[in-house]
Unconditional design. Structure first.
Length: 286
């Protein structure tokens, strides 16, 4: 059915409708997967969320929303696509997550950096109003179709792609309508115009893994390289042990080297190669 109408190119559709439908679920029971991918500290991760421990906004303009004195320095109507405020499981500490997304709107490293920098005023104002947001409990995320050459994320920022969202939730909700729509839309780089579209095709960035392999290829690699590599499984060993034969055979697994590994990792989601082989063989028939 996706080809019966021209594909929507409006960024707000993807950020305000499609993305929340994928990462949240009916009772916010899928949000923790997204937060874990971003390496949000464990104390802010829950199996589900409610109004007591989460504030979730899309298209959030602080200038248009608040009657705060801290907002007086905000001259423009900058609107991060998503803002999440999470409460700790252990204390009254808060974690601020700000997401700026781009889909088919052309951009460049310079323009996107300027947009992120402009949003720092919003982050400062929110922090000033909430004394229980520590400096290291703020994460500013750039979500893009492809990451423009030259765009880098300093401490306190993270760059991810829409493809990573698809990969993260494919196993969890393989038949979800919105995920299938994103999977379809993510491949349509032809809908981006301008110089960025020409240069964007070659740069798909893996934030924290070297590659993905099917179980058969991965077992051969693990048997050869052992604990010098590590395998990414959301939920770690306990999640791997719950997988069915069908699930383990149908998916591709992330892997990375231990020495010189790529990006930041939540250690609980990575399994040494030798241990992975032993556990996987308990599931698979001889």
């Amino acid at each position: 059915m996706f080809e019966n109408l021209p594909l929507c190119r409006k960024e707000k559709y993807f950020t305000s409708c499609l993305l929340p439908q994928i990462i949240c679920g009916d009772k916010l029971e899928r949000l923790h997967l997204f937060l874990q991918m971003l390496n949000v500290p464990h104390e802010f991760i829950r199996e589900s969320y409610d109004a007591e421990n989460l504030t979730f906004y899309t298209e959030y303009s602080l200038k248009e929303s608040a009657n705060w004195k801290e907002a007086s320095e905000i001259e423009s109507k900058d609107t991060p696509d998503l803002i999440l405020l999470l409460k700790s499981n252990e204390t009254n500490a808060l974690f601020l997550l700000v997401i700026e997304a781009k889909m088919y709107n052309k951009t460049s490293a310079k323009k996107f950096r300027e947009q992120l920098d402009n949003q720092k005023k919003i982050i400062r104002a929110i922090k000033a109003h909430n004394a229980n947001i520590a400096k290291d409990h703020i994460l500013h995320v750039g979500l893009l179709l492809r990451i423009p050459s030259g765009l880098v994320a300093p401490d306190g920022e993270k760059l991810i792609t829409w493809k990573e969202i698809v990969e993260l939730y494919t196993e969890e909700i393989p038949d979800n309508y919105f995920l299938k729509m994103l999977e379809h839309a993510e491949t349509r780089t032809d809908l981006v115009s301008g110089r960025w579209a020409t240069g964007m095709k070659g740069r798909t960035v893996h934030n924290n893994f070297s590659d993905k392999l099917t179980i058969s290829d991965l077992l051969l690699k693990c048997e050869k390289e052992g604990d010098s590599i590590q395998i990414g499984v959301m939920g770690g060993l306990s999640a791997l042990r719950k997988m069915t034969i069908g699930k383990i055979r149908s998916r591709k697994f992330k892997w990375d080297t231990v020495s010189g590994s790529i990006g930041k990792k939540n250690k609980s989601n990575w399994i040494p190669g030798g241990r992975f082989v032993a556990e996987a063989k308990k599931i698979l028939p001889e």
